[in-house]
Ligand binder design. Structure first.
Ligand code: ATR
Length: 282
């Protein structure tokens, strides 16, 4: 029987994961299937029982299950532990492993799109303090960022995130603040990352002025609808190097594909264009 993998979540209809994984199955000449399944919180446990009975080789986990699924994993990878969320599950022998590849996806995207972006990381600013920000703080620590500033609309959420990482005694100094504190840190920054939902459907930040951002700062967004968010457009207009968020989505999918189907897939221009044309249809 063909190996079967899935993405589960609710809602799930807009997931690009089936398009990505089925492209890789085809281009690598592999037999296998990857489908999207709408699973509610109430049905998660029942679904895990099906996974453990051997029906699937593994899959992706998206909202709202990224934290709930942890209790069903027999083992977590270091990334999943540090990020406290799981987006990919697979079997090692009979052991169900929970992994988190969001940080990997973030780094691999920048490595592909912005050569030597991490050569100097004295200061990084992250806008937002949700699940994606957590993965990115972890990723930037892996690249030895000296200082990571987490700025969020709700200060207490940024503070909790900073505290959680301080307790893990990473390499970076972590500071929490509000979005309006941007002006304090922006003049000496090497990378600015937006992880908030601002940018979706062309919404834009009104709290700050990009003119004060270091001229050599790289600006990247995890929002990819639209590809050129207002933040990226204004950064480009000021001469900043920018990287859009679609690459992170594509790259985070690769490690799971390798675990399920045995081949580490490539993130190509062809795949990127396929996903862009699909986005244009919706
Ligand atoms: P994700 O998993 O994608 O990170 P999330 O955990 O829901 O999603 O986090 C969303 C982030 O976007 C949060 O940092 C949120 O700020 P709050 O903690 O203040 O809610 C931020 N966010 C969402 N809408 C926002 C808005 N209109 N203005 C500023 N920040 C916003």
């Amino acid at each position: 029987m063909d190996s079967m993998a899935f993405v589960i979540g609710q809602p799930i209809t807009h997931s690009k994961s089936p398009l990505i994984h089925n492209f890789w199955l085809k281009t690598n000449g592999l037999k296998g299937k990857y489908g999207a399944l709408n699973i509610s919180k109430e049905n998660l446990e029942q679904f895990i029982i099906q996974i453990k009975s051997g029906k699937y080789v593994g899959g992706n986990i998206t909202l709202p299950h990224k934290v709930d699924v942890i209790q069903y994993c027999d083992q977590l990878t270091i990334s999943a532990k540090r990020i406290s969320a799981v987006n990919t599950i697979y079997f090692r022998s009979d052991i169900l492993v929970g992994d988190n590849t969001d940080g990997y996806g973030f780094l691999a995207n920048l490595d592909q799109q912005a050569l030597a972006w991490d050569a100097k990381l004295d200061r990084a600013i992250i806008l937002g303090a949700g699940g994606a920000a957590r993965a990115i703080v972890d990723a930037l620590q892996q690249r030895h960022a000296k200082e990571i500033i987490i700025l969020n609309r709700t200060l207490s959420t940024a503070q909790s995130l900073a505290t959680a990482f301080k307790e893990q005694s990473g390499v970076s100094k972590i500071i929490a603040g509000k979005l309006i504190d941007f002006h304090k840190y922006a003049p000496k920054t090497d990378i600015l990352v937006n992880t908030t939902s601002i940018g979706l459907n062309n919404t834009s930040f009104d709290q700050f002025d990009l003119d004060i951002l270091s001229k050599n700062a790289l600006v990247t967004d995890i929002v990819y609808t639209p590809l050129l968010t207002p933040l990226l457009a204004s950064a480009q207009a000021r001469g900043h190097k920018t990287v859009d968020g679609l690459g992170m989505l594509l790259h985070q999918a690769a490690p799971g594909f390798e675990k399920w189907f045995g081949v580490f897939p490539e993130v190509t221009k062809e795949l990127r264009n396929l996903v862009i044309s699909d986005m244009e249809k919706n």
